[in-house]
Design a protein around this ligand. Structure first.
Ligand code: RIB
Ligand code: CA
Length: 318
């Protein structure tokens, strides 16, 4: 659903920065169509102490120290913590040398803030944009089941079906880290739109595009280029591709320009029993089960338009 003319769409970004998360946050902060009510950090790519700090660093990079950043859950609901320093570096935001943040972390726990914010807002008015494991959102739903009816939509990066997984052969990282949280979200009845590897792997970065960010001549462009130069090396080596996927910005680009994407309403269930397929998003793409659709699964993207949008918006930042 695109933002109505003249009104900014209120969103909450739940995230585990992460270079691709950082670009998604920059895209959101550069887009007047979106009102970022707050950013909630979750343990994922790196531990929570780093994801919350990285979220603050990115807000300051964008010239937005006013944005409220909250720390959420420090570990998954059931399973042990799995992180991805091999992809994102030991800081989670390797590449640029960003200063320690001066803006303060909010004192409230992210889950409590999410619950209270949803209860105070008109029902259905807020979109949750989740870019990491779903631990915060699931915990909020467990603590306050009434908020399920108050969330307008959850647009998430996670999962994979024909593309398989990137963390195990069956599972994508965000879902693999906390499959039980994903199960809570995918059985909540909330309107869901999922951006799996099947769409994010169809929009690979190019060296020329990353260089075009550097050519912006801004601190945001320089930092984004340094982040992506570092970040894409892992997937380029892994997949033997000329560029890496930029997963998380798909979520925000979808809110800004939904016409760049296509997908299908499907039933999606989460594997939480088998170690072999733990965290798999089992997508009934061909409607072979009697289970009703519970998620719009995105599997197509206009890559040229996607990267043009990101560059155009990043050019607006300092
Ligand atoms: O599998 C890709 C996802 O896992 C992205 O959100 C990336 O930031 C990591 O969180
Ligand atoms: Ca992420």
């Amino acid at each position: 659903m695109a933002a109505q003319a003249g009104t900014a769409r209120p969103i909450i970004i739940d995230t585990d920065p992460g270079q691709d998360d950082a670009i998604a946050i920059l895209l959101a902060l550069a887009s007047p169509e979106l009102e970022v009510l707050g950013i909630t950090a979750v343990a994922g790519n790196v531990p929570l102490s780093l994801t919350e700090k990285n979220a603050r660093k990115v807000c300051e990079l964008a010239g937005r120290p006013d944005v409220k950043v909250f720390a959420g859950c420090a570990r998954p609901l059931v399973r042990h913590q799995v992180t991805a320093e091999e992809v994102h570096g030991k800081t989670g935001l390797d590449g640029p040398d960003l200063p320690e943040p001066a803006m303060l972390l909010q004192e409230r726990h992210a889950v409590d803030w999410i619950v209270d914010t949803l209860r105070a807002a008109p029902a259905g008015s807020i979109t949750l944009c989740t870019l990491g494991p779903l631990t915060n959102v699931a915990t909020a739903l467990i603590k306050a089941p009434d908020i399920a009816a108050r969330i307008g939509e959850i647009v998430l990066m996670g999962g994979g079906f024909f593309e398989g997984g990137n963390t195990t052969p069956a599972a994508e990282f965000n879902i693999y880290v906390d499959p039980h949280a994903a199960h809570v979200v995918f059985t909540s009845g909330i309107k869901l739109t999922m951006h799996p590897l099947d769409v994010t792997h169809k929009a690979l970065m190019t060296k020329a595009w990353i260089e075009s960010l550097r050519q912006l001549g801004t601190r945001s462009g320089d930092a984004a280029a340094a982040m992506l130069d570092f970040y894409e090396r892992f997937d380029m080596e892994k997949y033997g591709a000329e560029g890496g996927p930029l997963h998380d910005p798909c979520v925000l680009a979808y809110l800004l320009r939904p016409e760049l994407f296509a997908g299908k309403d499907c039933n999606v269930r989460i594997e939480t029993g088998s170690e072999l397929t733990m965290g798999m998003t089992v997508v009934d793409w061909w409607d072979v089960t009697p289970h009703p659709a519970n998620c719009r699964v995105i599997n197509a993207i206009d890559a040229r338009g996607f990267y043009a949008l990101i560059r155009e918006r990043l050019a607006r930042l300092p």
